[in-house]
Design a protein around this ligand. Structure first.
Ligand code: SF4
Length: 235
């Protein structure tokens, strides 16, 4: 009678192979954990906050939050455009005050920025959301930070998990070390953070860091919604 010899079991993959195989799933889990961690503090601070696994879920939530026939203002935000909701809203027939349209004269640009302050719904992102439930935004012009605070009846702030930070110190570091250099990157202006990647607290004419608003609590007269997405979005 011949004896069957069993083939030896394959050795388990090494640590590198295991981590590589799980890298994307681990990252996704971590991003979701971050937005979930910010949710409770935001609610405690009076914001209508919700979090979503991905941009598609967030897109649907935005559409639900915009009443029919509402006029819309949109801040200078990569996040909003990456979600793709502006096309949906335009198809629904909303009038959108969008100062990133091509071909605007300086007068038209200014008029749109002013009109954003009195629209029914203002859509924007922010630069940082802290784990204490604060929302921190810095502008060069200031139309976004004004509209986020008072004017529009409803403000919808959308932020990817990459914008969740521990505290205000980390928020300001993010604004100067990440947001400004990346947002200004295509401007061609000789701004220190664009040239070197490092903030020098510059006096450049093109300095983007001029007006900062910290929403410690939901502004009293504004229906402010914060939608957090467990993905990297915008700068
Ligand atoms: S202060 Fe100037 S150098 Fe620093 S991040 Fe802002 S624009 Fe860049």
């Amino acid at each position: 009678m011949s004896q069957m010899t069993e083939a030896p079991a394959a050795p388990p993959p090494d640590m590198y192979a295991r981590r590589l195989a799980n890298k994307d799933a681990i990252k996704r889990k971590r991003l979701l954990q971050l937005v979930q961690a910010a949710l409770k503090p935001l609610k405690k601070n009076g914001f209508n906050a919700a979090c979503f696994e991905n941009r598609e879920e967030a897109r649907k939530a935005i559409l639900d939050l915009v009443p029919p026939e509402a006029t819309i203002g949109v801040g200078g935000s990569m996040t909003i455009r990456e979600i793709g909701v502006l096309d949906d809203l335009a198809q629904r027939g909303h009038f959108i005050q969008n100062h990133w349209q091509a071909g605007l004269s300086q007068e038209a640009l200014l008029a749109i920025r002013r009109a954003q302050l009195t629209c029914d719904v203002f859509l924007t992102s922010t630069n940082a959301v802290t784990l204490r439930g604060q929302i921190v935004s810095t502008d060069g012009v200031g139309n976004r930070v004004c509209a986020m605070t008072f004017g529009p009846k409803r403000v919808i702030i959308i932020a990817g998990a990459n914008k969740v930070v521990r505290d205000l110190e980390a928020a300001f570091r993010r604004i100067h070390d990440v947001c400004a250099p990346l947002a200004l990157g295509e401007s061609g202006d000789p701004i220190p953070c664009v040239k070197t990647g490092v903030c020098t607290d510059c006096d450049s004419p093109g300095r983007a860091c001029r007006a900062t608003i910290i929403l410690d609590r939901r502004p009293m007269l504004t229906d402010t919604h914060v939608l957090l997405v467990g993905e990297e979005l915008g700068f």
